[in-house]
Design a protein around this ligand. Structure first.
Ligand SMILES: Nc1nc2c(ncn2[C@@H]2O[C@H](COP(=O)(O)OP(=O)(O)OP(=O)(O)O)[C@@H](O)[C@H]2O)c(=O)[nH]1
Ligand SMILES: [Mg+2]
Length: 329
């Protein structure tokens, strides 16, 4: 029988979760960019391997939530971690541990999931803060256990005594994460993560057909590719105030025709997404069409409409249309 596991890939925004998922799947199933909050939906990437099958949930990176969309993304990430066999926390170890990294450590220390992989990502970069991450974990674990013991016994002094003894059964009961390094920008660089995950996987029936790499809905996948091309074009300009809704996809046999709405928050943002003489929207459309042909194996022609929709990030109906309200898990 094959080895099978579901894996929540979590961590702070920009840590490289989607890049890692793509490397593990061996195909691009999730969009990637240097801009924060790139991933907005939970996306399943399915890894086929001679050992078996891993179902990876790529989640939106945890960040300080601003507004409804931000809160939703955080909730989605936390919820995904709860329902899976393995929790894979990705850290960008080319930077010192940040608040959100420590937040995930505290969560792991508190909830003690049985199978946890801590990925020190961007191992190709220098400096690399491995020790700081390991120290941060030691601290998070001790803090959590200290408050637990205080609760159980009501005396801090007893905790101090226990901490000094190595191999104390009381302090050993927590999670022991497996630490691995990864260079997720290359398929081979992520192999240590793959091996760690299969090490935790258990024998079982395959959850998906062997030739499936993702079950992410087509409309949402197209919207994501358009948004990725926009992120690449606009860089730090209004990335969070840009929403894409794919209105329809018509399968004409040898090609698909798709119409999408590009939403901005304010009228002043319209010229930015259109560009001088429509140069931006044209370049985005071309780049997206090129990638969609590669992803789906058929030519896709896109029609893009730009609309101003004040406060779309708080509009439940629009958020639902973008798939942000009902996760896939
Ligand atoms: N040098 C280097 N860059 C990496 C590595 N992994 C990811 N990156 C880069 O880090 C940036 C963020 O990657 P993403 O995969 O979009 O990050 P994410 O964690 O999914 O971000 P959100 O979706 O916003 O939560 C991109 O520019 C990637 O190319 C790595 O191992 N090495
Ligand atoms: Mg992502």
């Amino acid at each position: 029988m094959a080895k099978v596991a579901t894996v929540a890939v979590v961590g702070r925004t920009n840590a490289g979760k989607s890049t890692l998922v793509n490397a593990l799947v061996g195909e691009k199933v999730s969009i990637v960019s240097p801009v924060e909050q790139t991933t907005r939906n939970t996306i399943r990437g399915i890894v086929a391997d001679p050992r078996g099958q891993l179902v990876l949930l790529d989640t939106p990176g945890l960040h300080k939530a601003v507004g409804t969309l931000g809160t939703l993304l955080n909730r989605m990430a936390r919820r995904s971690a709860a329902g899976t066999d393995i929790t894979c926390v990705v850290f960008d170890a080319s930077q010192e541990p940040q608040l959100e990294d420590v937040g995930w450590m505290q969560r792991v220390a508190k909830e003690k999931p049985e199978k946890v992989v801590f990925v020190l990502n961007k191992a190709d970069k220098s400096p690399f803060f491995e020790k700081m991450f390991r120290d941060a974990w030691t601290e998070a674990r001790e803090d959590s256990w200290s408050s637990e013991l205080e609760l159980e016994k009501g005396v801090r002094s007893q905790y101090a005594g226990v901490r000094g003894q190595s191999g104390s059964s009381e302090l050993d009961k927590g999670t022991i994460p497996l630490w691995v390094k990864s260079i997720s920008t290359t398929e081979g660089g992520a192999k240590p993560v793959l091996d760690a995950l299969f090490g935790f996987a258990e024998e079982g029936e395959l959850l998906f057909d062997e030739d499936i790499v993702t079950d992410y809905p087509r409309k949402l996948a197209i919207a994501d590719v358009i948004r990725e091309k926009y992120l690449a074009h606009l860089h730090q300009e209004l990335p969070h105030e840009l929403g894409i809704i794919v209105k329809r996809v018509v399968d004409e046999g040898s090609r698909w025709k798709s119409e999408a709405e590009v939403l901005v928050n304010r009228p002043s943002q319209k010229p930015i997404v259109i560009g001088r003489a429509a140069s931006t929207i044209k370049a985005v459309r071309k780049a997206a069409e090129r990638e969609l042909k590669e992803v789906f194996g058929v030519p896709v022609s896109l029609e893009l409409w730009v609309n101003v929709e004040p406060n779309w990030m708080k509009n439940q109906k629009l958020l639902a249309e973008m798939g942000y309200l009902g996760g896939l898990v």
